[in-house]
Design a protein. Structure first.
Length: 332
C-alpha cells in the first residue's frame, strides 16, 4: 500500500525556488556549462578554468546536479542533454545570457504582493518605455528563445522555397526572425518596425549574419506607425500580445490584416493558455511577469486569440505547439 500522506518536500522546494535561479545564473555567469563541455569534469578543474574557488565550484555543481542540469558519476561531472543544448555558450538557442539576466531580476518579485493588490505595476511599466536602458540586455538575452520557434515557423510556411517574398516583423526586437528567415531564403526581404534603440540592436545582428542588405528598419511605435496596405506576404507578431490588452491586440491584428497581401499569413508567437486555464505551466506562471511589468498585459487563452483574430478579419486560424513554452498561431 502506497503512503499518500502529504509531505512538505515539494512546498519547501517551491518556497526556496529562488535557489535554482541563483545557482543557474551564477553557473552561467562563470561559464560552468561551457567548461564542462570542454572537458573539465571535476570541481578542481572547473574552478581552475572559471577562476573561482573550488568550494564555490563544488557548491554550484552540487546544485546543478539537484536541478538535473549536470550529471555525476564516479566523481566526474558532465552536462545533461538539456544543458549541453541550451546553456553552453555560443549555441544558437543558448539561454546562458537569459539566465544571467534573470539573476538580476530576482528581487523584483518581492513587490508582487503590492502589485497584486494594485492590479498592475507600482512603478514604471518597463515594457512600455522606448528608451529604457534595460532593452539592450533584455532584447539580446531573449533572442535565443525565438530560434527554435522561428525555425519551426519557417518550415511550416515553406519559406526556404517561397521565392521573392516580403516580411513585416512588428515589434521584432533582436531581429532574430528576419535573420533566420532571410538566411533560409536569399530572395526574401524583411522590414522590422520597432523603437529606434531596439532596431539598432537588430541591425547589428543582421549585419553579423550577412543579410542586412535585405533588411529595413522603421523606427516607431507599433500603435501609431503605419504598417502599409497589402504590402507583405508574411507578418510576424512575436511576444508582443502578452504586453497588450485585448482592445490593443484587436486593433493591431486588424492593421496587420490590412498590411498583408491577399492570401498572406500572420504569424503570432506567444505563451498561450488553455481555454480552461489549466495549463501549460510556463504560460500560467508568466502572467505574473506581465502583472509586474505591464499595465494591461497577461497570458491570453486560445479562445482570446481566436476571437481577436476573427474580429480582425482572419478566417483560417490554427495553433501549433513548439518545442519551447511558446505556441505558434497562423492566421490567414
Amino acid at each position: 500500500m502506497h503512503d499518500t500522506q502529504p509531505t512538505p518536500d515539494r512546498i519547501m522546494r517551491l518556497i526556496n525556488g529562488y535557489w535554482a535561479t541563483g545557482i543557474l545564473g551564477a553557473a552561467a555567469s562563470h561559464s560552468l556549462f561551457t567548461h564542462l563541455d570542454a572537458g573539465a569534469d571535476t570541481a578542481e578543474r572547473v574552478a581552475a578554468l572559471a577562476g573561482i574557488s573550488e568550494r564555490g565550484a563544488q557548491t554550484l555543481l552540487d546544485g546543478l546536479v539537484s536541478l538535473e542540469l549536470v550529471e555525476v558519476r564516479d566523481g566526474r561531472y558532465r552536462n545533461t542533454a538539456d544543458a549541453a543544448e541550451f546553456l553552453v555558450e555560443g549555441r544558437p538557442a543558448g539561454l546562458s545570457e537569459f539566465a544571467k539576466l534573470k539573476l538580476g531580476h530576482m528581487g523584483t518579485m518581492a513587490a508582487l504582493p503590492d502589485v497584486v493588490r494594485a492590479g498592475g505595476p507600482v512603478s514604471d511599466a518597463t515594457v512600455e518605455v522606448a528608451d529604457n536602458p534595460h532593452w539592450e540586455k533584455v532584447v539580446t538575452a531573449i533572442a535565443a528563445q525565438s530560434v527554435p520557434v522561428a525555425t519551426i515557423a519557417a518550415e511550416a510556411l515553406g519559406l526556404a522555397d517561397a521565392g521573392e517574398i516580403s516580411i513585416l516583423d512588428v515589434g521584432g526586437g533582436s531581429g532574430v526572425y528576419s535573420a533566420i528567415w532571410l538566411s533560409l531564403n536569399p530572395d526574401a526581404r524583411a522590414t522590422q518596425l520597432d523603437w529606434g534603440p531596439i532596431n539598432a540592436i537588430a541591425r547589428r545582428l543582421l549585419t553579423e549574419r550577412g543579410v542586412a542588405d535585405r533588411f529595413t528598419c522603421v523606427d516607431g511605435d507599433l500603435h501609431t506607425t503605419d504598417f502599409g496596405t497589402a504590402a507583405y506576404d508574411i507578418a510576424v507578431y512575436s511576444h508582443i500580445a502578452h504586453q497588450e490588452g485585448p482592445e490593443d491586440n484587436i486593433a493591431t491584428f486588424t492593421r496587420l490584416r490590412d498590411a498583408l497581401k491577399p492570401g498572406g499569413t500572420l504569424v503570432v508567437n506567444d505563451y498561450v493558455v488553455d481555454d480552461d486555464r489549466s495549463g501549460p505551466p510556463f504560460a500560467l506562471l508568466f502572467a505574473s511577469e506581465m502583472l509586474l511589468k505591464s499595465k494591461q498585459g497577461g497570458t491570453w487563452r486560445r479562445a482570446d486569440y481566436h476571437d481577436w483574430l476573427t474580429k480582425a478579419g482572419f478566417e483560417d486560424i490554427t495553433f501549433q505547439p513548439t518545442s519551447s513554452p511558446a505556441t505558434l498561431i497562423f492566421a490567414r
